[in-house]
Design a protein around this ligand. Structure first.
Ligand SMILES: Cc1ncc(COP(=O)(O)O)c(C=O)c1O
Length: 393
């Protein structure tokens, strides 16, 4: 018998990845995965930048690098954030292999078995896997259309002593909701008062299609309580695995120690490519371009939902990001309806895995970035048929 570690006892592979396997049949219209559109990847530009990197610094790039990350990229990111008004220097930036790694390193640095982590409910299920692998226990705080509920958060903080709080305040996964400015300020006030470290996970914040940009929690942070996770996955390409953590130097020092143990440093080639892409002025026009495409897809999906979904179904109207969150009448079970949808060659992700307490049975997540514009209405029409049939039953 193999004797695995206790911390892996209650962990299984991602439920969603299992569902996604189902939906990878040819000809299926999938609103399932949370992926950016592969058509959006600037393949030729990135290939050229890779070639330039080999030509300019081949041997150096193939050598080990520093754990903190490629210095010019760290400097570029610091400048980018300073231009948004953040009080950061290059010493506050750690390059990570995607924001996913940042969540892992933060957990590794802070969590002992049994430590409490506050999560907003629903939330990104891969984060649950990470916290659980460090044997965390959870304090779930409900959310509404304005993000995590601060009255509930205060109750939780007053009665417990969590070390970490995890939130995706902008274009949340799975709901697409953005936390209001008032709640952002309140969250910082509570984090200070109760001495909790906040992980601000922000892979979607740069993808805004309407409404006003809000300051990040990190920009509002007054006592260095926030660790910000940024990522190039959704604005350039996830396969490069480049993200960045922003935190005070004491925290960052711990993350660096954790990263040394886990992968030494993020791929030099990927960092070079991202650095060149950003410093040569390609990022901003690219983000503008993908935002225009995703906006059109979001609008097409929302319009199709208006047209084809029964009146008893409700959904969020996100100002950015990749997801719409849908609520069916109480009693309907989205996992069951997914089976019917897959028979009609269309798929979504059921809501329950985004909760830790069995809630979300009548909810589901729709992704609009990774489908062909032309198939969005048809996919929604088929899902609408499944919903209408279920409602009338
Ligand atoms: C909320 C959230 N955090 C983190 C990640 C992981 O991103 P990265 O590719 O930067 O590791 C994702 C990816 O879908 C996500 O939705």
């Amino acid at each position: 018998m193999l004797r695995f570690a206790k911390r892996f006892e209650n962990l299984s592979g991602s439920v969603v990845r299992e569902i996604l396997k189902l939906t990878q049949q040819k000809d299926i219209i999938s609103f399932g995965g949370g992926m950016p559109s592969a058509d959006s990847f600037p393949v030729e530009e990135l290939a050229q930048l890779a070639a330039d990197t080999f030509a300019d610094h081949g041997a150096q790039m193939l050598q080990y690098g520093t754990t903190e990350g490629y210095q010019p990229l760290r400097e570029w990111i610091a400048g980018w954030l300073q231009a948004k008004g953040w009080k950061v220097t290059v010493d506050n930036i750690l390059i990570i292999s995607g924001s996913q790694q940042g969540l892992d390193l933060t957990s590794k640095a802070f969590l002992d078995p049994g430590d409490q982590v506050v999560i907003e409910s629903p939330s990104y299920l891969a984060a649950f896997q990470i916290f659980s692998s460090y044997q965390a226990s959870y304090l779930a705080v409900p959310s509404d259309d304005e993000g995590m509920r601060m009255d509930e958060l205060e109750k939780v903080l007053a009665n417990n002593s969590p070390k970490l709080m995890y939130t995706i305040p902008t274009f949340q996964n799975p709901t697409g909701i953005t936390m209001t400015l008032e709640r952002r300020k309140k969250l910082i006030e509570l984090a200070n008062k109760y001495n909790v470290i906040v992980i601000e996970d922000d892979p979607y914040g740069y993808l805004r299609y309407s409404g006003e940009e809000l300051p990040s929690l990190k920009a509002l942070d007054t006592e260095d309580k926030v660790i910000y996770m940024g990522s190039f996955s959704k604005i350039v390409a996830p396969g490069l695995r480049v993200g960045f953590a922003v935190a005070n130097q004491e925290i960052l020092g711990k993350l660096v120690i954790g990263k040394q143990a886990s992968d030494v440093h993020t791929s030099n080639l990927s960092q070079q490519i991202i650095y060149r892409y950003c410093s040569q002025g390609m990022l901003e026009p690219h983000v503008e371009k993908i935002c225009a495409t995703y906006k059109a897809k979001r609008d097409a999906m929302l319009a199709a939902m208006d047209k084809h979904f029964p009146k008893s179904v409700t959904w969020t109207k996100p100002e950015g990001g990749l997801f719409i969150w849908c609520t069916l009448p109480e009693g309907l079970v989205s996992t069951e309806l997914l089976k019917e949808a897959v028979e009609k060659q269309v798929a979504f992700i059921p809501g329950a895995p985004f909760y830790l307490n069995g809630q979300g049975q009548n909810m589901l997540r729709l992704n609009f970035s990774n489908s062909e514009m032309a198939s969005i209405e048809e996919g929604i029409r088929r899902i609408g048929e499944v919903f209408s049939k279920a409602v009338s039953r």
